[in-house]
Design a protein around this ligand. Sequence first.
Ligand code: CAP
Ligand code: MG
Length: 435
Amino acid sequence: MAGKIEWYHEFVNKKYNPKPNDVKVLFKYKPAEGMTKEEVIGRVASESSSGTWTTLANRPKLLKKVMAYGYDYDKDYVKIAYPRILFEDGSVPCMMSGIAGNIFGMKAVEGLRLQDAELPMDYVKGFKGPKFGQTAIQKIFKRKHGPITSVVPKPKVGYTSKEHAYFVAKQVWSGGIDCVKDDENLTNQKFNKFADRVKYLAKVRDQVMKDTGDIKDAFINCTSPTLKEMEKRVKMVHDYGFNYFMLDLVVGGFTAVGTAVELSYDYKMAIHGHRAMHAAFTKNPDHGISMLFLAKLYRLMGVDNIHTGTVVGKLDGNEKEIMAMKDMIMEPKVDEIKNIRLAQKWGKIKPSLPISSGGLHPGLIPAVFDVYGTMNIGLQLGGGTQGHPDGIEAGSRAMMQAIEAHRQGIELKDYAKNHKELARALEKWGVMKPI
Ligand code: CAP
Ligand code: MG
């Protein structure tokens, strides 16, 4: 009977040799009770490409060209090859509706995680990639080396736009930090209106730049209810002379990201991409989508700064995957790491800047640089500056002192002997790892 009703088995083919232009996707999978590997793989490959649950009265001539095949699998992982023709040029939404669409809800799977996809150059060339990415260190801040530093006013929300700029941002920038970043849930609330925040931040930025001679910028959150409104907000940030704007990438969605990238090229700006809500589907190791693959999509589309975790801070992220992700967004090409990352060539797509943030304080800064193996990253603190016993400017100075100590290869406790702000930060937090 099954032979007459179903045709899932046609989407499993161990002999299939992927074509150079196929999109190869690595899934971790767990069959539901009573399902065989092939029954599950057939359903996943079918439902994410061109099949359905039952045999059909009509099979179009093109069908063979739009079928995906599970071709390499064991009891936990499967690689499925998707014909390039399935995916509209330059459209991540189209691809994700296929390879990350209905399949997560299939009864046939107990768990399904999209770990990574190797994108062929024919697909990669349909995207612009980041306008600045890592080159922002030189092109925006005119420095040879990183990190690009940022501080998030804390509490997350609660300051008025005037307090945000004249009380917090002034101290952060005066304490030596490059950028003041809106928190992910600060947009255009009545107590901190977007237009006022941009205006006041620009005034304070200009004053501090004049006082210090340093370049100062901000990651102002342009996440909006509509794309039209987002466009208006990005233009306002541009017109007030900022080089960056910020977007909550996951909350905004891929169409908002695509529109933001267009705007970043129109206005010659960089995008700080916050990933709030990602953990709704990246955290579970057995179901969802890996942050590694999400970060790949954001680099591909053109997000300059991508949050990639800390390992030592308050938020989830295992070291092996963070390292694999960091290299994947920073290098021109990467090799496969079994069951973690597929190979990927990037062609002309610039590297994005990984942002390490979340539960960090000066005592953890050397550990972050050790995890990343470079100082050419974005380093972001919130509570770890504004919780400083001597206030926000002292907390910002302590952050900069910890960075300088690491750059000079000096132990924090030794550097703190003649840098009081760092000493006071170490008194309060030492090297504790918050959870
Ligand atoms: C950090 C932060 C960032 C997180 C995002 C927060 O503040 O502002 O949003 O770093 O996490 O709201 O928690 P703290 P991730 O420095 O006070 O923790 O970088 O993992 O996306
Ligand atoms: Mg935040």
